[in-house]
Write a protein of this length. Structure first.
Length: 300
């Protein structure tokens, strides 16, 4: 079903390839748990390292607030980019032997240009570029994907992910903390739409830990992974920054996260420090730095 947003009609400059030749993108081919999780509806090549895609973002996406007029959650752009990376590996990139996952994510948004959805879903065009491909013995070991999101011809966000071989799941140990000693913040304090979207909890001595209220969240923790995917690390950092700095989600202009080591699905410590224009965060697991990142706020 198409939403209220407009999209380029057939015959437009974007329609440069024979649609019948496009590989079929379905929730199954992208490895998703349900049809409702599918955000990317088409992807076709425009050049040797460039592609054009279309995404459809439902107004009632699990991460969005239940409002009559919705500005989509920034993680929807990150998840769309992740799905694009999966589609590229399955249909367009050569030398893929082991599926590569995002290990670094950077998102920049123009809040004033972000589309507002009043109907069923928002249709967006995505300009996709692939760079920094690393190949060893004929096997693709890493690549970078940059996605520029446009609505009605106007760019409103850019997301870049670096994909590489995922860390060894066995290196990630769950760090259980007694639930009775934890206090989850209210959703509004961390920029979440509902309780299940909250990833953080306060522990004794004021420590902030990653303890998802929903360990099987359909977007953040689909399939109940033993370690947090990069997108969940990014969201945990965003929530920790909002909790620490007292800012609202509308003030966020940029997000970044780099995963160095496996981050357990529960129990990692998040430390936040203010810096000019925003906050930086560090995720600690087993006493080591497992991930770093930051949040950029709009300037007054």
């Amino acid at each position: 079903m198409r939403g209220s947003a407009t999209y380029d009609p057939p015959g437009s400059p974007d329609d440069v390839a024979d649609r019948s030749a496009d590989p079929e993108l379905t929730w199954r081919t992208l490895g998703l748990g349900t049809m409702a999780s599918l955000l990317v509806v088409s992807l076709r090549r425009r050049g040797s390292q460039s592609f054009v895609a279309r995404c459809q973002w439902p107004r009632f996406h699990p991460l969005n607030e239940r409002l009559n007029v919705v500005r989509h959650h920034p993680l929807i752009m990150v998840e769309s980019t992740r799905q694009l990376a999966v589609a590229l590996q399955r249909h367009h990139l050569s030398g893929v032997r082991v599926p590569l996952e995002p290990v670094s994510v950077a998102l920049g948004v123009h809040p004033q240009a972000q589309p507002l959805e009043r109907g069923d879903a928002t249709d967006v065009v995505v300009r996709v570029g692939v760079s920094d491909q690393a190949v060893h013995a004929g096997v693709l070991t890493a690549f970078r994907l940059t996605a520029e999101y446009q609505h009605r011809g106007m760019p409103f966000a850019t997301c870049t992910v670096r994909c590489a071989r995922p860390p060894d799941p066995g290196a990630s140990r769950r760090q259980d903390v007694p639930r009775s000693a934890l206090l989850h913040p209210p959703p509004a304090a961390v920029g979440a739409a509902a309780d299940p979207d909250v990833l953080l909890a306060r522990a004794p001595q004021g420590r902030v830990l990653i303890v998802p209220r929903d360990p099987g969240h359909p977007v953040l923790l689909a399939g109940r992974p033993a370690r947090l995917p990069a997108s969940a690390v990014l969201e945990a950092g965003r929530q920790a920054a909002l909790l620490s700095c007292g800012m609202t989600p509308a003030a966020v202009a940029g997000l970044r996260a780099d995963v160095r080591e496996p981050v357990p699905a529960s129990g990692a410590l998040v430390e936040v420090a203010a810096e000019p224009g925003g906050c930086r965060f560090v995720v600690m697991a087993d006493g080591r730095v497992a991930a770093t990142g930051g949040v950029t706020f709009l300037t007054p």
